[in-house]
Design a protein around this ligand. Sequence first.
Ligand code: ADP
Length: 327
Amino acid sequence: MAESGAANWFVMGVDLGSTTAKVAIVDAAGAMVGSKIVQMGAVSREAVRVAMESALEDAGITQDDIVRTISTGYGRKLVPSDKTFTEITCHARGAAALFPGVRLVIDIGGQDSKAIAVDSDGLVDRFAMNDRCASGTGRFFDVLSRALEVPIGEVGDLAMAGSNELEVSSMCATFAETEVISLLAQGAETADIAASVHKAVAARTLGLVAQVGKASPVVMTGGVAKNRALVHFLSEALRLPIEMLDEPQIAGAYGAAIIAREEHLGNVALAAADDATATQFAAGLADAVPHCADCDGQLGLHTNHGPVPVTIATRPMVGARSGGREL
Ligand code: ADP
């Protein structure tokens, strides 16, 4: 058990993503006292259970000490929780708590990427997101890692050792493996392939940021923020420094826990700002945004030709806070 104090209660934030389950536990004073990241084979309730138990153990408390749980992430509906919030809200909130004053959050996870403009109170102002195309997401780097036979944790280091002059003709994740194999067959160095692909993904991410507007300080969240080459090339493309968090992958779960704490303290303004707006927004756009099958094949990125226009298949969803509601 945690030491008893004046206010001896805890809240939990759970972020069930496409590749990992993340849990953060926050105490009554708002400090993160326990956390856990569990790698999953597929989205699973079991991974959530393990992550929750491990985080409780890390905090030295039991489930009975938790007064409120909020879930977020792709699989949030599978999590036993009191309420769900969008990743957009939770990553913004977590990043703002971990880096006060942040104005732009770039979250790149396993299957989507988002640019979130944050106001001076740490609330979502505008967001753009790509969840229709795997290019520019962690999945793309996972494919690269497999094709180059380099562990995902080392892909960034490899890219930093290479030259980024190679032309990458397709950014489609479906064809990336073939593309990489073809470059290898032409005698290209693995480091040069990795560097060129990273630079191309950074250019694509710049297109996403352009949808919400450049602002600083910039913080990256999500697992891809651990990739130092992507951070490097993205910082270069943005012409802005990117602030590093100690554990960027936990930001969404931490944000969810912070919201759970605020709600437990009676902050109904936040309680009202649930994920309905963003969910409705996404649903409204679902038909308007083309899917993979609609890709016209014009996704080629020429890494040395500057920022790449956002093409039809990766046109991001763009939203803005409306009527004072937070997305
Ligand atoms: P999700 O919430 O969708 O599960 P995450 O935010 O956990 O996504 O990010 C997962 C992605 O992060 C993976 O697809 C992988 O590409 C990337 N990633 C995870 N760990 C590392 C690492 N150590 N170095 C570089 N990239 C990483």
